[in-house]
Ligand binder design. Structure first.
Ligand code: HEM
Ligand code: HEM
Length: 191
């Protein structure tokens, strides 16, 4: 079935929908990590309070977008740009799968904790879980153990991902970046 021009992936490049997911989530994650990293490096300030005031809301948005993006990915699986053969291609595929897993898992366990925790939870100004209720051990344990660790792992993996994109562009001088950025070329893949 043909869809409107450029919406779907086409085997040579990602389409508009994938790109909107990719770049909007990159922007949200930049906001999410900036608040925490700037706080760690330079201490708390009006800027970090502003950036961190949306932590739960942005986490919820990432969880929703990651789930939709994964569904869209499955729908487009057959016409996504191919990874190269060999170890590097396998590493790229595994790396992308790990990025998805972390984008889903990190906020999911945070919500599990919030629903079972005495801290309570307000999202977009609405109190969803009231404060002061008793902690439910099995609900808070995963995030207490892993939320921070996995979040830092995600940041490290994003750094690796960006480094690889730069190596493709400036060292190997291939056109991998054009799959996700720049003009949506209307070339059809060779079957
Ligand atoms: C993909 C989404 C998310 C990312 C990338 C993320 C990232 C982080 C990071 C980097 C930290 C600091 C860890 C440290 O100090 O070592 C943190 C802490 C925290 N986050 Fe998130 N977070 C996300 C979603 C959420 C959501 C949805 C909630 C609440 C429902 C939440 C609640 C918290 C809380 C309460 C802390 C402080 C306690 C702790 O470190 O576990 N986060 N988050
Ligand atoms: C400056 C920042 C970034 C650049 C230059 C960049 C570049 C790229 C490029 C060129 C591709 C296509 C790679 C291929 O087909 O093998 C890609 C795919 C991908 N990127 Fe990024 N990226 C950036 C940030 C991020 C961030 C923050 C995430 C979030 C975790 C992310 C997650 C992904 C994923 C999961 C894919 C696989 C395609 C998909 O399912 O959307 N990227 N990126």
């Amino acid at each position: 079935m043909r869809m409107a021009h450029g919406l779907r992936d086409n085997g040579l490049r990602y389409g508009r929908v994938t790109r909107i997911f990719h770049w909007s989530m990159a922007a949200i994650l930049l906001w999410q990590f900036s608040g925490i990293v700037i706080n760690r490096l330079f201490g708390r300030s009006a800027l970090t309070d502003l950036l961190n005031s949306t932590h739960g809301e942005l986490g919820a948005t990432i969880l929703l977008l990651a789930a939709l993006r994964a569904l869209w990915g499955f729908y487009n699986l057959k016409n996504r740009p191919k990874h190269e053969n060999g170890l590097l291609g396998i590493a790229a595929r595994l790396g992308h799968i790990c990025l998805y897993a972390l984008m889903l898992f990190i906020p999911a366990i945070a919500f599990l904790r919030a629903f079972g925790s005495e801290w309570g939870l307000a999202l977009f100004g609405i109190q969803i879980v009231s404060q002061g209720t008793e902690n439910i051990g099995w609900m808070v344990a995963p995030a207490n153990l892993l939320h921070g660790v996995f979040a830092w792992t995600l940041l490290a993996m994003i750094a690796g991902h960006i480094t690889m994109a730069l190596i493709h562009r400036f060292v190997w001088k291939d056109d991998v970046i054009n799959r996700m950025a720049g003009k949506i070329r209307d070339l059809q893949p060779a079957e």
